[in-house]
Design a protein around this ligand. Structure first.
Ligand code: AMP
Length: 125
């Protein structure tokens, strides 16, 4: 069920619980501002979720409210994770779903990193 991105941050969302250590994750990267872990239901051979540690509902919320150092750390971490996994060549795809039309289900900003095979068209026609 897509979320309503205008609602305030929900501290009980599943990624907030992972950040608090209440739920496990298959971690691939962590620093002061960022956590990345494997998606529990992968849609490609590599499917990593990269999240900021701060409480941001979506890309919209993050881009509007996050301090510049958190934004820089997040953007750089996404690039680093892909680079260190050897994904620059052959390539990868980034995706952030926002709100109902985006199909966002978890109300904590996450970037999907897809890789490991040709990913086909960006959207079905
Ligand atoms: P979105 O539709 O963009 O909100 O994507 C949410 C993603 O979170 C989906 O790809 C789910 O498979 C993934 N997901 C949900 N719960 C977990 C979890 N506990 N650990 C890892 N990934 C999860």
């Amino acid at each position: 069920m897509p979320i309503d991105p205008t609602l305030p941050y929900d501290e009980s969302n599943i990624f907030a619980r992972i950040l608090r250590g209440e739920l496990p994750c298959s971690r691939v990267y962590e620093d002061d501002h960022v956590l990345a872990f494997n998606d529990i239901n992968p849609l490609s051979p590599t499917h990593v979720l990269v999240i900021p540690k701060g409480a941001y509902v979506s890309w919209d919320d993050f881009s509007a409210r996050a301090p510049d150092p958190e934004i820089a750390a997040f953007v750089r971490a996404v690039g680093l994770i892909a680079r260190e996994a050897g994904l620059v060549d052959p390539g990868y795809r980034l995706l952030a779903n926002v709100g109902a039309h985006g199909g966002q289900e978890v109300p904590h900003l996450h970037i999907h990193l897809f890789a490991g095979a040709p990913l086909g068209p960006m959207l079905s026609r």
